[in-house]
Design a protein around this ligand. Structure first.
Ligand code: GLA
Length: 372
């Protein structure tokens, strides 16, 4: 199935954007923190052609030949659609006024916490930026795609996923300062140290995710307002001394944010020094904090991380929003197969769904791959 077979002509532009894993720095992008994600090799490709009217037609290789129709005039926050709301939101956020035919081939595993939605948004954004010669920078595109997700789709996400999907570089993780969006590329070559980062998709999707995310973001914003400082300006001693101003929950959420920001910066140093034992410890610290202070883990993620650790991992943690999706484990290459087997076995024993395993070294970000 292709753009040609659905719409009967050739597209004007084809672009692709990747999903991501986040090495460390979870649930702190919306708290002015630092994050350290990298782009993975799974990508979403989008083919787009300009129309002479205001119609928008959308089809996807994963949804067979069903065509979803809308129009420029119907674009407003909360508009109808399922996956279609992501590309529609981007068209809206970029202020495009021409009709479009769009064909999507999404190869980032859905619901696995690997940012298939950011891959979709960013592939559309990069294609439209090229097609309409908008000359938007990656930082501007990151803000606009985040706006599409926040205001059009209604998910109050931070800016990490869109930024890494746009700005990833092969062989590097991206240290992103979520306050000013400045970046630093951090080289990562795990294979050279006989290591691999295993991605474990737990296939669990707990329904709490939407409300829970907004609530935690709200807890951190409330803590920052009460203490008069953003999470990245606070240290643990200041947090302790301001504890009485916070509710117990706000205090724990803020403790996660403050310690996680410190772990990210320490992890960058450890990577630069190739101290992978320390990287592993930091991953474990992140998982514990997300589990105990942020309460966004779930039994499947805990079991994946614990099983990896009890079978030789240097460290392991949940990634992404939580309540399901994926975990990562830093492993010696020689242990990868046995750890996969142990995790699969533990999941069967616990009565969980079969996990899926992936692996990816840091890949490049979004790009135009064909144009007329
Ligand atoms: C989701 C959001 C991101 C980020 C992560 C948690 O992936 O889209 O902005 O907040 O959760 O780190």
């Amino acid at each position: 199935m292709s753009f040609q077979s659905i719409f009967g002509s050739d597209p004007d532009v084809v672009a692709a954007a990747p999903g991501r894993i986040n090495l460390i720095g979870e649930h702190i992008d919306y708290s002015d923190g630092f994050v350290l994600p990298f782009a993975i090799s799974s990508r979403t490709t989008v083919a787009i052609k300009k129309r002479n009217d205001q119609k928008i037609r959308l089809a996807s290789a994963q949804r067979h030949s069903t065509i979803f129709e809308s129009s420029i005039g119907q674009l407003h926050p909360g508009a109808e659609g399922k996956w279609e709301r992501y590309p529609l939101g981007v068209i809206w956020a970029l202020g495009v006024k021409d009709g479009l035919d769009i064909f999507v081939d999404g190869r980032v595993p859905l619901g696995a916490g690997l940012s298939s939605s950011a891959a979709l948004e960013c592939s559309v954004a990069v294609a439209l930026n090229h097609l309409f010669d908008l000359k938007l920078t990656n930082t501007e595109l990151a803000k606009l795609t985040q706006k599409a997700e926040n205001d059009f789709v209604g998910m109050p996400c931070g800016i990490m996923d869109q930024s890494i999907s746009l700005m990833g570089q092969a062989g590097h993780a991206l240290l992103l300062d979520c306050r000013d969006l400045s970046t630093k590329l951090i080289p990562i070559d795990l294979a050279a140290s006989d290591l691999e980062l295993l991605i474990i998709d737990t296939q669990a999707h707990h329904s709490l995710v939407d409300g829970g995310y907004a609530e935690r973001r709200g807890n951190c914003e409330a803590a920052a307002a009460k203490l008069g400082k953003s999470m990245r300006e606070l240290n643990l001693a200041e947090l302790e001394s301001g504890k009485s101003k916070l509710t117990e929950v706000e205090y724990r959420r803020a403790r996660h944010a403050v310690t996680e920001i410190a772990r990210v910066l320490e992890c960058v140093k450890a990577l630069e020094e190739k101290d992978f034992a320390l990287v592993g410890k930091l991953l474990n610290g992140s998982h514990q904090s997300l589990r105990d202070d942020y309460n966004v883990s779930c039994p499947e993620l805990d079991l994946a991380a614990d099983t990896a650790n009890s079978n030789g991992a240097l460290g392991a943690r949940m990634i992404g929003g939580g309540y399901g999706g994926s975990a990562i484990a830093l492993l010696k290459k020689e242990d990868v197969d046995s750890v996969k087997g142990k995790i699969a076995e533990a999941f069967t024993k616990a009565g969980f769904r079969n996990p899926r395993f992936f692996s990816s070294s840091p890949a490049s970000g979004a790009s135009v791959i064909e144009c007329k």
